[in-house]
Design a protein around this ligand. Structure first.
Ligand code: ZN
Ligand code: FE
Ligand code: FE
Ligand code: ZN
Length: 289
């Protein structure tokens, strides 16, 4: 499938396996368009060895992926997944600035001190108002989008991971978030890892994707692979979701000229990526040649 996977982790984070080259091999053998390694930036202010590499590993990580970029020019990209937390924004900003990342994924995994997507902290849901959890989360994602630190917003509705849904529609909050994302010009990934979590669906939902499409927000793809065999997992489904939402193309990274950092380009889906039996509904124009 001619799609890129920009969200992959490596053994350095302490809860994944495989080194970056194994992920690159997996992407090549699956015929992906390109691959980004985006391991977890050390969690600040306190790095957690079960969540990320230590700060002293960051240079090794960068060097390792840069060697792969040299070996596979234009195919491999150096990324990082950074936590968005209001009290660590300036520290994260300076780390990001000090390293030659091609792109960054911004993710919200915490509400205050609570790691709401961490299975070790799942009991906290029982003590919370779920609608408050959702609105607080969506607000932070909007802040992350507007921070200017990130290329891609990670798993946009991660807060659904364990299946805790809001009791009301949150249409106003979602519209406001999508507007903030559109104005910020940040990309949103379709992240297929959610299909393998209790919630059993990709991030974000089709409803949110429709809103993003209507607002003109570009999408990319990420498996959030934590093992090489998960690279590109369920991307056929991801394309179906994108198409159902109205998308006819996606954003991909390209190597910058003169050794500069990667830039973003929009590509159309290949005809081969169309799901069989589904008419190209909504496709504009009747240009056939
Ligand atoms: Zn992880
Ligand atoms: Fe994440
Ligand atoms: Fe991730
Ligand atoms: Zn993630």
């Amino acid at each position: 499938m001619r799609l890129p996977d920009y969200h992959t982790h490596t053994a350095r984070c302490g809860h994944a396996c495989g080194d970056p080259s194994a992920y690159v091999m997996a992407a090549r053998s699956r015929g992906l368009l390109g691959i980004g390694i985006a391991d977890h930036l050390p969690l600040l202010p306190e790095p957690d060895p079960e969540l990320s590499m230590g700060l002293s590993d960051l240079g090794h990580y960068v060097a390792e992926v840069q060697a792969l970029k040299t070996a596979y020019p234009g195919y491999v990209f150096l990324g990082i997944e950074a936590d968005y937390r209001p009290h660590t924004v300036s520290d994260v900003a300076s780390i990001l600035k000090d390293h030659p990342f091609d792109y960054t994924i911004g993710s919200v995994h915490h509400l205050g001190a609570w790691g709401f997507d961490d299975p070790r902290q799942i009991d906290e849901y029982a003590d919370r108002d779920i609608d408050d959890v959702w609105t607080e989360y969506l607000e932070l994602v909007g802040d992350a989008a507007e921070s200017g630190l990130f290329t891609i917003l990670g798993h946009l509705d991660l807060v659904k991971k364990f299946g805790y849904r809001p009791t009301r529609t949150l249409a106003i909050e979602l519209d406001r978030l999508v507007e903030r994302i559109a104005r910020a010009g940040i990309l949103v990934e379709i992240n297929t890892a959610g299909l393998h979590k209790p919630v059993g669906e990709a991030y974000p939902t089709l409803d949110i994707l429709r809103r993003l499409w209507a607002a003109g927000v570009a999408i990319t793809f990420g498996s959030d692979a934590h093992r090489p065999e998960e690279v590109g997992r369920d991307f056929a489904h991801a394309v179906e979701l994108a198409r159902a939402a109205g998308y006819r193309g996606f954003a991909c990274l390209e190597t910058g000229l003169y050794g500069r950092r990667a830039h973003v380009r929009i590509r159309q889906f290949d005809a081969a990526d169309a799901s069989p039996g589904r008419p190209a509904a909504g496709s504009t124009g009747a240009s056939s040649s």
